[in-house]
Design a protein around this ligand. Structure first.
Ligand code: TMP
Length: 206
């Protein structure tokens, strides 16, 4: 059986990743493709518990611990879900993956993209997405959208504007460095236009 495909969706909080992921899953299923949606951190029990930890605004977590917690959640997701699904030929849509750690912990927390990449190669065994969508949005608009949606800001949503500017910058650098894998989509467009752009890239992949 052919290996499945891994498509990841990246961007700042409030960029509309989840909306795109749901719409893409439905569009792929309409075409008869076995598509499944997972999120990070999360997707399996251990990783969902790590998600609660990293989001908890009452906890103080150092930058290196934070990077390792995300990597641990990712390692478990790869072993328990991603690897087996891809081996079964499933098309996996993943809301965030290694690029989030490179941008948030490497860039945002200033740990350095290369150091965070090394930890994540260990965590994933080198699993790389077949395609990545980077939804770009002005950090201030992203922040407004995610505050409007959430009841109370989580630990990361409480961070400074400078933190989110560094993340946006790191994402841009990643997209420039990997044009063959990362497709940038302007998330300021209506959701239908974002979906249309993403489907065109998926068609190329198929
Ligand atoms: P979200 O699933 O609602 O986007 O929340 C996940 C939060 O965790 C979000 O603020 C981005 C952050 N994050 C990282 O900092 N590093 C990572 O590797 C991942 C997957 C998420």
């Amino acid at each position: 059986m052919a290996r499945g495909k891994l498509i990841t969706i990246e961007g700042l909080d409030g960029a509309g990743k989840t909306t795109l992921a749901l719409a893409l899953r439905d569009a792929l299923r309409d075409r008869g493709i076995d598509a499944q949606l997972l999120r990070e951190p999360g997707g399996v029990r251990v990783s969902e518990q790590i998600r609660s930890l990293v989001k908890d605004p009452d906890l103080q977590i150092g930058a290196r611990s934070e990077a390792l917690l995300y990597a641990a959640a990712r390692a478990q997701l790869v072993d328990e879900a991603l690897g087996p699904l891809l081996a079964r030929g499933v098309f996996v849509l993943l809301d965030r993956f290694v690029d989030s750690s490179l941008a948030y912990q490497g860039g945002g927390r200033e740990l350095g993209v290369d150091r965070v990449r090394e930890v994540n190669e260990f965590a994933t065994g080198g699993l790389t997405p077949d395609l990545t969508f980077l939804l770009t949005i002005d950090p201030a608009i992203g922040r407004d959208r995610s505050t409007a949606r959430a009841s109370a800001p989580d630990r990361l949503e409480r961070e400074s504007d400078a933190f989110f500017d560094r993340i946006a910058h790191a994402y841009r650098e990643l997209a420039d460095a990997h044009p063959e894998r990362i497709r940038t989509i302007d998330a300021g467009q209506p959701p239908e236009a974002v979906l249309h752009a993403a489907l065109a890239a998926v068609d190329e992949l198929l």
